[in-house]
Design a binder for this molecule. Structure first.
Ligand code: ZN
Ligand code: ZN
Length: 177
């Protein structure tokens, strides 16, 4: 999605649009976020206005994604949601601009030419929304380290009558100290 600089006025405007997910999925695959796959276009709502040469953009994004659980590797639906705010300054005035920023959640970016390409900013925010290790549920028991069985579904012979593998790890840590 691109905004024409000339169309941005001091009066706030709002837009909603769907941002294609293919490029985001390519970025996810290249990076270390292979657990995630976005299954539908991102739903984005924005408001924007101009103050002098600075363009202020704030909005929300929603992403429908599947994720592979970091403990048991099962795929599950993991929608993401994020709010964001940007101030975009002309590239020609980029020297030392970041020193002026005070608000913590306000990100600085730059534009040049006669339009602002919002797609890289939206992808950046979507990646931040997916930056944590996905868990299918908080109490996921994961896979047995010995036989690989999904301990959410069955209890394997490795653990029956023996120590819970998670407790065994704790014991090892104590001994190591
Ligand atoms: Zn899991
Ligand atoms: Zn086992």
């Amino acid at each position: 999605m691109k905004l024409r600089i000339d169309d941005i006025t001091a009066e706030g405007r709002e837009i909603s649009f769907a941002e294609p997910e293919q490029e985001l999925n390519r970025t996810l695959t290249r990076g270390n976020l292979r657990e995630y796959f976005v299954t539908a276009p991102l739903q984005v709502s924005l408001s924007y206005y101009r103050a002098g040469t600075d363009i202020f953009v704030s909005g929300t994004l929603e992403a429908e994604a599947t994720a592979a659980c970091a403990r048991c590797a099962e795929e599950f639906s993991r929608p993401s949601y994020r709010r964001f705010r940007y101030v975009l300054a002309p590239k020609a005035m980029s020297d030392n601009r970041d020193l002026e920023l005070t608000a913590e959640d306000l990100e600085l970016s730059f534009y040049q030419g006669d339009e602002i390409d919002l797609s890289p900013l939206i992808r950046e925010q979507a990646l931040l929304a997916m930056a944590e290790r996905p868990l299918c549920r908080e109490e996921c028991r994961g896979l047995c380290p010995q036989c690989g069985a999904n301990l959410n579904e069955i209890s394997c012979r490795c653990t029956s009558g023996g120590l819970d593998p998670r407790l065994a790890v704790l014991r090892t840590l104590k001994v190591a100290r």
